[in-house]
Design a protein around this ligand. Structure first.
Ligand SMILES: [Zn+2]
Length: 79
């Protein structure tokens, strides 16, 4: 199993970080995911993005595809 957080937990972390200003609101559309090379850390949840997982480049940073999608949704909600 992946060490990544369950979705409700990711939402909670994102909302808290958006409020605290430690995560900027995501802008634009979520780009198509690419296969991770396994050398980056998710800007949203802080876990490593393991090789072969789907990752997206959002706002110049890398995130799990799922994290990027939730980040985008919560950014809209936070405005
Ligand atoms: Zn993540």
């Amino acid at each position: 199993m992946s060490p990544e957080l369950p979705e409700p937990e990711i939402r909670r972390v994102i909302r808290k970080r958006l409020r605290a200003g430690t995560l900027l609101a995501a802008t634009g559309t979520v780009p198509p995911a690419t296969g991770a090379r396994g050398n980056s850390v998710c800007v949203v949840c802080g876990f490593a993005i393991r090789a072969g997982r789907n990752e997206c480049e959002m706002n110049g940073a890398r995130a799990h595809e799922r994290c990027a999608v939730i980040w985008r949704e919560e950014s809209d909600r936070a405005l």
